[in-house]
Design a protein around this ligand. Structure first.
Ligand SMILES: [Zn+2]
Length: 222
């Protein structure tokens, strides 16, 4: 009746440590990747955070994320609300096809880059055969999404009240299925220096008989 899921974006090198943590605590993540950007050493310089953030290499994707879910995040991390139809098609269909070729299984999930989504984007995502897609603004609740292609996760991992949500979820004795879904970017743990906080959260949530530790795909049964 209770599921805990995680959704991490952009396929950055800090995912290696995040996967280690998930594996240690028996948790499963969904990782949303940009297939056109998976080149060792390439990335971007974040001016605000004064740091260079780099992508994982496509050659390590299959082994690194084994046991977790890979989902679409557009081919080049485009702002999908602003690109023309031809590019929109490419960003979604090509990313899905490239990730499927890399991993050998059907991809059914997605996270919208920058959280940008409108009716045209949703229609294209549906045409591509994607069954659920995540936005960035939080719901701050544990409801399953009424419209899976417009899914608001419970919250970002850095919110002040993460541990309040955690306690509320642990105490919950629901009479219908509930989901605690968290999203973020693993580089944020390096930038904020708060890996410990997140590990405390994982430790607190792990090993419970009444919680299913699943990927987003498994939680939605798609
Ligand atoms: Zn992103």
């Amino acid at each position: 009746m209770k599921a805990l899921t995680f959704s991490y974006d952009d396929g950055v090198t800090q995912d290696r440590h995040l996967v280690e943590i998930f594996n240690r605590y028996g948790l499963h993540g969904t990782f949303n990747l940009n297939s056109g950007l998976l080149k060792e050493g390439e990335g971007w310089f974040d001016v605000e955070w004064q740091r260079r953030i780099t992508h994982v290499d496509s050659s390590e994707v299959k082994a690194l994320y084994r046991g977790h879910e890979i989902a679409v995040h557009s081919k080049t991390h485009a702002n999908l609300g602003t690109v023309d139809d031809i590019h929109l098609h490419e960003e979604i269909f090509d990313d899905k096809a490239a990730l499927e070729a890399l991993l050998g299984y059907e991809i059914v999930g997605m996270a919208y880059p920058y959280g940008t989504v409108d009716d045209r984007v949703v229609a294209m995502v549906r045409d591509a055969g994607i069954k659920y897609a995540r936005r960035t603004d939080p719901s701050h609740n544990f409801e399953f999404p009424a419209e899976p292609l417009l899914w608001h996760h419970t919250c970002h991992h850095a919110v002040d009240n993460l541990f309040d949500h955690a306690k509320a979820f642990l105490d919950l004795e629901p009479d219908k299925p509930q989901i605690f879904s968290i999203w973020g970017h693993s580089y944020e743990f390096d930038v904020r220096g708060d890996w410990d906080r997140f590990e405390r959260f994982c430790e607190m949530m792990a090993g419970r008989d009444d919680i299913a530790y699943v990927t987003n795909r498994e939680a939605l049964h798609v």
